[in-house]
Design a protein around this ligand. Structure first.
Ligand SMILES: [Cu+2]
Length: 136
């Protein structure tokens, strides 16, 4: 019996699921250290569909990160940052093709988590972390 190639065929659904899984498994890139000393550090970041690059940043307690986030996609994205205690630090919308600067004072050690808050984008891979350690 031949499968009808309709919109709701199981094959299509399976292909979609595989795609979702692949995106969700994309995961974290190699960690990018912001550099020595404590102070203001600028990082150029891109937001594409559906990924932040870099998405794994290492910094030190007391640093202030300035993320220059360029949305290279043709759809709107967002960057929302939570501190290690899960409080929202900021949430900024990123219009297509534009760059926004966000400033994050890193006054906690631990993991700051960031993601795109537009529906399903986080699940598709738009997330990352800033790991903050105490300076030695
Ligand atoms: Cu997004």
């Amino acid at each position: 019996m031949r499968e009808k190639a309709g919109k709701h065929s199981w094959k299509r659904k399976a292909a979609y699921l595989v795609l979702l899984l692949a995106a969700a498994c994309a995961g974290l890139q190699r960690p990018v250290p912001v550099g020595p000393g404590i102070g203001e550090k600028t990082i150029d970041m891109t937001a594409s569909s559906y990924r932040f690059t870099p998405n794994n940043i290492k910094a030190q307690l007391g640093d202030t990160l300035i993320l220059k986030v360029k949305n290279t996609a043709h759809i709107e994205h967002n960057i929302t940052v939570h501190d290690p205690e899960n409080y929202e630090v900021l949430s900024v919308y990123l219009p297509p093709g534009q760059t926004r600067e966000v400033k994050i004072k890193l006054d906690h050690t631990g993991r700051y988590y960031f993601f795109c808050r537009i529906a399903f984008h986080e699940m598709l891979g738009m997330f990352g972390q800033i790991t903050v350690t105490a300076a030695r």
